[in-house]
Design a protein around this ligand. Structure first.
Ligand SMILES: Nc1ncnc2c1ncn2[C@@H]1O[C@H](COP(=O)(O)OP(=O)(O)OP(=O)(O)O)[C@@H](O)[C@H]1O
Ligand SMILES: [Mg+2]
Length: 255
């Protein structure tokens, strides 16, 4: 089946500093892939590089959306194709409100008000986007924007970090909706990548595959909840040890 997103041997740098090396990952429609990893290891850089944000330079490899390379497309062109990003730390845009964004996307006012009310953001729609929003409000604002945009490919960077228990339930329900969890598996067209440290969004989502990114490389992969349990118990040590053994076997076989 043609991938919704195909990342092939991707290498990303800022200037001469490499951030990602040889990352390969395919997301088919309906699939959710989960990226774990220590702080500062390149998870957000991967998400932002797929969206085409500066200053992340793709130095080799490819990123294809629905079979076509998107590396030469601008950010807005990628968004128009149906790629949507929820930032770990969203930038504030003082001169653009959620209401203005909804209008630009051709969203009916009542729909915007309904969605905003459900996310507890009704009082925020005329304020500057993320301008002075609390940490939890920023997370809800990011998901509200995605609900309006309805992307085919969702890139969610720590959508639940710093969120209280009640908001977490709300956000999880929205994430399930965005990923069409109300539809039978065969009818789902939306797929994506979620970066998480807490794993709490994974409980009901039945994510497809998990990866551990270390120093810009995918070191381990497996069932997302198994990886999460292992990290929770033993930290990233097991994966690093496994990766070192794999490297040694690789070196040995190469002679
Ligand atoms: N715009 C930038 N300019 C300079 N260095 C950057 C930039 N963006 C990322 N980096 C560096 O790249 C490395 C990876 O950062 P990244 O934000 O991708 O980490 P992460 O895995 O998402 O970490 P966390 O779990 O803390 O969110 C870090 O050392 C970071 O300082
Ligand atoms: Mg990050």
């Amino acid at each position: 089946m043609k991938g919704l997103l195909e990342i092939e041997n991707l290498t990303v740098a800022i200037g001469d500093k490499p951030l990602l090396t040889g990352v390969t990952l395919t997301v088919a429609p309906g699939e959710i892939h989960v990226v774990f990893g220590p702080n500062g290891t390149g998870k957000s850089s991967l998400i932002k590089a797929i969206m085409g944000l500066p200053p992340y330079q793709v130095t080799s490899g490819d990123v294809r959306f629905e079979g076509e390379s998107i590396l030469n497309l601008a950010i807005d062109e990628r968004a128009r194709l149906g790629i949507g990003l929820a930032f770990q730390q969203p930038p504030a845009v003082r001169d653009v409100s959620l209401a203005a964004l909804g209008k630009a996307l051709g969203i009916d006012k009542d729909k915007l008000h309904d969605e905003a009310t459900q996310l507890g953001m009704r009082g925020h729609i005329n304020r500057g986007l993320n301008d002075g929003f609390s940490g939890g409000e920023q997370k809800r604002s990011e998901l509200l924007q995605l609900l309006l945009q309805q992307p085919k490919l969702l890139l969610l960077d720590e959508p639940e970090s710093g969120v209280d228990v009640d908001s977490l339930k709300l956000l999880t329900a929205v994430i399930e909706r965005l990923f069409q969890r109300d539809l039978p598996i065969r009818e789902r067209t939306v797929g994506g990548i979620i970066v998480t440290h807490t794993g709490s969004v994974l409980k009901h989502l039945h994510a497809t595959r998990g990866y551990v990114l270390v120093n810009g490389r995918i070191m381990c992969s497996g069932a997302p909840l198994d990886i999460f349990d292992q990290i929770s118990e033993n930290g990233f040590g097991n994966c690093l040890a496994e990766a070192r053994i794999k490297e040694k076997i690789h070196d040995f076989l190469k002679g």
